[in-house]
Design a protein around this ligand. Structure first.
Ligand SMILES: C[S@@+](CC[C@H](N)C(=O)[O-])C[C@H]1O[C@@H](n2cnc3c(N)ncnc32)[C@H](O)[C@@H]1O
Length: 161
């Protein structure tokens, strides 16, 4: 079974891993890329700072789960897998031309932006992008023009025993 960019949206990680084990045959593979420890740390820091500036709780919870390699390997072993590979990979990801961190937040960060009052949205977006600039998210690491997100991906391959 292959999964990309989905598992970190699922708070009940043990249930997900156990559920996949229940449908795999012995020898079946579970191959995943998902958010790992440190994923989008700069982007979320910029958004949280902006929340504070418009009077909202900067520490509001999200349902994202970004496990460490050790944590995820232990989870897989608890649920009848042999872990063949687990790694944490920096994967700086360009945004679409013309898009900024504020646009990314609206698309992926509902828990961090949905309670921003309509009247504060413009100021909030400007604050997000100001903080993101301070954190270098307006300058792609590869030198090309445009904004980027600091994705850190957890990749694993596990085999059902
Ligand atoms: C960034 S998309 C990735 C889609 C696809 N796997 C790909 O590689 O293009 C994230 C996916 O996770 C799904 N998703 C988000 N929360 C979920 C949840 N709690 N349970 C199951 N799927 C969820 C979304 O519906 C969406 O399809």
């Amino acid at each position: 079974m292959l999964s990309n960019a989905a598992l970190h949206w699922m708070p009940r990680q043990d249930d997900v891993v156990a559920g996949v084990a229940a449908v795999l045959r012995p020898g079946g593979r579970f191959v995943v890329e998902m958010g790992g420890t440190g994923n989008c740390a700069r982007a979320t820091a910029a958004i949280r700072s902006a929340r504070g500036e418009v009077g909202l709780d900067p520490d509001v919870a999200t349902s994202w789960v970004f496990p460490s390699p050790g944590e995820q390997a232990a989870r897989l072993e608890r649920h009848c897998y042999v872990v063949r590979l687990v790694q944490l990979v920096d994967r700086p990801t360009p945004l679409e031309p013309g898009s900024t961190t504020a646009d990314w937040a609206r698309m992926f960060g509902a828990a961090l932006v949905d309670d921003v009052p309509r009247s504060a949205r413009l100021a909030f977006d400007h604050a997000v992008d100001d903080h993101a600039r301070e954190l270098g998210l307006d300058r792609r690491p590869d030198g090309e023009p445009g904004w980027w997100v600091d994705y850190v991906r957890l990749r694993f391959q596990a085999v059902r025993t």
